[in-house]
Design a protein around this ligand. Structure first.
Ligand SMILES: NC(=O)c1ccc[n+]([C@@H]2O[C@H](COP(=O)([O-])OP(=O)(O)OC[C@H]3O[C@@H](n4cnc5c(N)ncnc54)[C@H](O)[C@@H]3O)[C@@H](O)[C@H]2O)c1
Length: 361
């Protein structure tokens, strides 16, 4: 088992990574605050893992709520299902909410934990690659509003994160590949050596070779933990984790959420960010091309969907990462180093958006 520490003063917590963790009773109980637990999961994950987790927690007073599956249910109505179970079963402030699932379950359960009785203990057991390398770490919780994604939420750090790598065995391939976008992103924005290693290991990662997948999850968690420790509330360096995301969110939004998975949109979004970085003279073409080629090799899209060109600029300027100072984007300086750039030259941005299949050609 590997452990990564997220250093946040009194809110510091461990991130455990290994095989079979869902069944590791001694370890999981260290994260539980009192003797009552609510497991929040969804209808897809429950039949696969919930009995195992209940066995692990035997002796504690455990309730479970199964949410409907999908990003479209990440909303206030679904959040209320969690509060209904908590209140009906008289959970008090000493309860612990455990999120068992991907980023949708984690974000929704996390916001329930942040707001139930002004905040209760929270544990993450992420079961998708994306949630293991990204969303379970860092304490961002939220649900969507009809007018915007992740618009209603809070920062609420978990007491511990338990990453059971065995859960990736049941994950659909398309979801695994989507998670690779965030893995590649971590190498591209923060660690060139990690990026080199990802190039060598991409196929082994996709076939879930245990040592390789564990190493990638650990390195990605270390990178995310270091950045969050420096800037929990995203007033500075944490914004770098959004490499490819402003383009990606615009693609997701333009197509309608769910058409492309988040990681697929981020894949194409990172290629667009790399293209713009080259146009603006910030980054060598060779590095940008390496990023594009790795994204392509793992099976992610490297061009935005056709037909969206006319909307993308407008959609990007609506993204919440746009500050009062105008369009701000995370761009690449070289593999392993990214930078937040303000006042982006609109003509260059238009050229990137209109390049379509000719990105980085
Ligand atoms: N909080 C953050 O910092 C942060 C960061 C990135 C993304 N997010 C959020 O994460 C969400 C996306 O998360 P995701 O990619 O994990 O998607 P997801 O939670 O929708 O999971 C993807 C699909 O896989 C299924 N699934 C999950 N684990 C499984 C398993 N082990 N076996 C079989 N099926 C399984 C789910 O039921 C779902 O159908 C978005 O809502 C996004 O906004 C949050």
């Amino acid at each position: 088992m590997e452990v990564v520490h997220l250093a946040l003063g009194k809110q510091s917590y461990p991130i455990y990574i290994g095989s079979g963790l869902i069944s590791n009773s001694g370890l999981i109980r260290t994260g539980v605050a009192g003797n009552r637990v609510l497991i929040v999961t969804n209808e897809t994950i429950a039949p696969l893992y919930v009995d195992r987790l209940k066995d692990t927690l035997s002796g504690l007073d455990v309730d479970t709520v199964e949410l409907p599956d999908g990003e479209r249910f990440k909303n206030l109505e679904t959040l209320n299902l969690i509060f209904d179970v908590l209140l009906t079963n008289s959970h008090n402030r000493n309860t612990t909410i455990i999120a068992l699932g991907g980023g949708v379950v984690g974000d929704t359960a996390g916001f329930a934990a942040a707001s139930y009785q002004r905040g209760v203990a929270f544990i993450q057991i992420p079961t998708t690659l994306l949630s293991q390398v990204d969303s379970s770490v860092g304490g961002k919780t939220a649900v969507n509003h009809a007018l915007g994604k992740n618009m209603i939420g809070a920062f609420h750090q978990p007491r511990a994160v338990y990453i059971d790598t065995d859960t990736l065995q049941s994950l659909p391939k398309r979801e695994l590949v989507a998670g690779m976008a965030e893995v590649i992103k971590h190498g591209a924005l923060a660690d060139r050596q990690y990026f080199d290693w990802l190039e060598e290991s991409a196929e082994k990662l996709l076939s879930l070779e245990p040592d390789v997948i564990t190493k990638a999850i650990k390195r990605s968690c270390e990178i995310k933990a270091r950045i969050v420790a420096e800037d929990e509330r995203e007033t500075g360096v944490r914004a770098l984790l959004n490499l490819g995301h402003t383009f990606g969110h615009a693609i997701e939004n333009g197509l309608g959420y769910g058409e492309w998975l988040h990681g697929e949109a981020v894949g194409a979004g990172m290629v667009m960010a790399a293209d713009l970085s080259v146009r603006l003279g910030l980054c060598d073409r060779a590095d940008a091309l390496r990023l594009k080629s790795l994204i392509k090799r793992v099976g992610l899209p490297v061009t935005p969907p056709t037909g969206l060109q006319n909307q993308l600029l407008e959609l990007m300027s609506r993204d919440k990462k746009v500050s009062d100072k105008g369009m701000r984007l995370v761009l690449l300086e070289e593999l392993g180093r990214a930078r937040l750039v303000e006042d982006i030259d609109e003509n260059s941005l238009r050229s990137t958006i209109n390049a379509g299949k000719d990105l980085l050609k």
